[in-house]
Unconditional design. Structure first.
Lengths: 412, 412
DNA sequence: GCTATTTGTTCAGCGATTGAATTATTTGCC
DNA sequence: GGCAAATAATTCAATCGCTGAACAAATAGC
């Protein structure tokens, strides 16, 4: 589950080419216009000769293709622009959540090429059955992707809970899962992906982490360090530092829902007191707004809240303001600690951002020592509802871009 | 101020050797016994031939030396052990604090080879005068170091405040500094260090950050991710993730002293309410213990508290317990967020650790969701009082180990 | 004294980058 | 239309550094 994109180990002769393949491909991926070989040479510091050789490898491996010439004014031989191939390797993203299953396919460029969502209450469904359904959806996704010339090289599964290094779901409270051995359960089904060196066949991770990765790789590119908060029934956060997700010593970082915002306040099911989740979790907001939980399916609760707030309902507005204040206290802690300048509200919070942002910002201004010199941006996520599935698939595709040598060794 | 120890840029022909020099030297630095060339080959994955060539460069540059043969049982040609040289490059560490100035010199192996402390109340002293005094002490340190065959290749200055990328001290509240241009003030004095490519002549950083780096590089090596808390008049934290200090977007991470532990509690001079500093800062503990601030010099306050607690003074014990509980709430937030498994209490907290640790651990157990699966260690710092100065000097020496090519290019 | 064993060095070979020269292709100007 | 200037991309000998195997060095055990 740890993603080290620094070589760190022995630097052999061949590592040199591997590193430069990744360097050039990464540059092509992040450029805002299709760069020419000459552009890449000046941007990377390599010579044109080397760049040509590297690009030749990438073209042969079908990781990049030549686009229409980049519009450039002036004399000289016209450049040939290089873009990430829209065929070739792609990532499979899977998501199990409380009220839906989602599957998607993302290509090298980060484009979502396939998307399926199956809405259902998954709480009464045994984990093995839920995963079987997901595999069935993934099979159809693979067929569709193959039709577009895409090969699935890895899969990532997002779950709303704690996952350990081996992919064991220790605890997914809102889903009712405990100690579910996901890799073993999925191994019972025929494989959907083609193994590529350097790309794990299956990664299982927290949905908040994967949603944050999705935000990191979304277009247009945003900051490389930020906090992404997924506000669902539970509240999770993905912490992106210097362009990499920070997972913590055991991969359990981001439990922002259990930051104490009122240390002597309401007891929480985690055993603590006054956790953020008790004041800004979906159930807490719904209850504070005077809505009966029973009459609302989970997937419409935030929509209903947004409707009421839009209409000026006083109870809803007050509930959202209080929740935003509690969230702001927690966010202020994070900003004081990590000195981040961007906070993204995702999941259910995205739709409620117009009412949550002002109190969050107010708390930040009041409580963050450095706010005077460095304004903090709080904004809703740009990805849609199944952000974690998109982020999961994108994280797989991203691995190919970060380590193209494995794919190239495969396809000759 | 950002230290990227991954190449990330273009990988040229010669980068290969640079990377392997760093790889081998780093291995020598972290080995618990002097390794032979053969040991290094198996440890790094390089061939013995390559390791021999690399080691030859390191020996020629006087970064390592051959030690007495490592005791090894069995047949075969005896190995020649390699150790970091006790002569050659060294780092200069400087510290300005509220009640003392400190200067030290640390060699490649992390040994403190020189140490000077000047105790005085620095609050009434103008910054320029304080720095002039520090430079004078540093001059003597350089003479002493030169007598041991050590060359100063860079300096790092620790200050108790916020520092920006250019070395400008924006705010050091307890010292009374505001917008002090340290590099410009130091440039007025003759240079003390010999410039080496890749090593900045002067780094100015927060004392909590540098103390954390000192802890990271202390012997015996500890974990590579931890939280280091410096409890002085203010409370600062250094966050070490995966062996690297995390400085935040603007270098202002670690302001744990302003985490809200009682959101509607006592007003804080930062403008917020209920900040940790108001409950666990030195002044708060002293006041809660019923000691008059005026009759205590700042540098003896913690010693006096420890004395009283040792003697069983009820007021002192209660004050420490309450401070520890507040600290525990903040630490629980950090652990929930970052999933760290080690917390180091440094600065004034080190001496008070016997009384602070129990309540801190109690709050962690109660509030951290994952505490059941992953015990968190809370322990006092192993470094002494001037930890920041030692960490500062060590961070300079460490740069040579991480990037030896610059030094080698210099000395031919 | 001989063998087994391990360490460290030497050397031809090779892969990858380098830098200069060369070719390719277009714009602008007369 | 033709020519010079300009920019892009390729070719090729030279060079740098790693590799693998053979070899020399040094010791323990029998």
């Amino acid at each position: 589950m740890s993603l080290t994109h620094a070589p760190a180990g022995a630097v052999r002769q061949g590592s040199l080419r591997e590193l430069n393949l990744a360097l050039v491909l990464g540059r092509i991926a992040t450029a805002d216009r299709p760069p020419s070989r000459a552009d890449l040479a000046t941007a990377t510091g390599l010579t044109r000769a080397t760049v040509s050789a590297v690009v030749e490898d990438l073209l042969a491996g079908r990781l990049v293709s030549e686009s229409d010439p980049a519009p450039r004014s002036g004399a000289g031989r016209p450049a040939r622009g290089l873009v990430l191939a829209d065929q070739g390797p792609a990532g499979l993203g899977l998501e199990v959540n409380v009220d839906y299953l989602a599957v998607c396919v993302v290509d090298l460029a980060g484009q979502v090429r396939h998307r399926t969502v199956h809405r259902a209450d998954l709480r009464p469904v045994p984990p093995a059955d839920a995963l079987a359904l997901l595999v069935e959806m993934a099979g159809a996704a693979r067929e569709d992707a193959a039709g577009h010339g895409l090969t699935l090289v890895g899969a990532a599964l997002a779950v709303p809970g704690l996952v350990d290094d081996a992919g064991l779901v220790r605890l997914a409270p809102n889903l009712g899962w405990r100690d579910v051995p996901v890799p073993a359960l999925l191994a019972a089904h025929p494989p959907l992906i083609e193994q590529v060196p350097g790309v794990p066949a299956l990664v299982v991770d927290n949905e908040a982490n994967l949603a944050a990765l999705g935000e990191l790789h979304s277009q247009p590119p945003g900051p490389s360090s930020f906090l992404h908060i997924s506000g669902e029934v539970g509240i999770g956060a993905g912490i992106v530092l210097d362009g990499a997700l920070f997972r913590g010593v055991r991969g359990w970082s981001g439990e922002i829902g259990h930051l104490p915002v009122h240390p002597e306040g309401r007891p929480c099911r985690c055993g603590g007191q006054g956790c953020l989740e008790q004041y800004a979790g979906q159930e807490a907001i719904v209850a504070a707004a005077g809505l009966a939980r029973a009459e609302l399916p989970a997937d419409t609760a935030t929509a209903r809240l947004a409707e009421l707030a839009e209409a000026g309902d006083a109870d809803a507005l007050r509930a959202l303001h209080d929740a935003g204040t509690a969230l702001g206290v927690a966010v202020a802690s994070v900003v004081n600690l990590l000195d981040l300048d961007t906070v993204v509200l995702g999941g259910g919070y995205a739709a409620l951002a117009p009412w949550l942002c002002p109190p969050v910002l107010a708390e930040i201004d009041a409580r963050v020592l450095t706010a005077a010199w460095s304004p903090v941006t709080v904004r809703p996520s740009t990805l849609g509802a199944e952000a974690a599935a998109v982020g999961a698939a994108g994280s797989v595709a991203r691995r190919i871009v970060a380590q193209p040598a494995g794919w190239l060794a495969r396809s000759g």
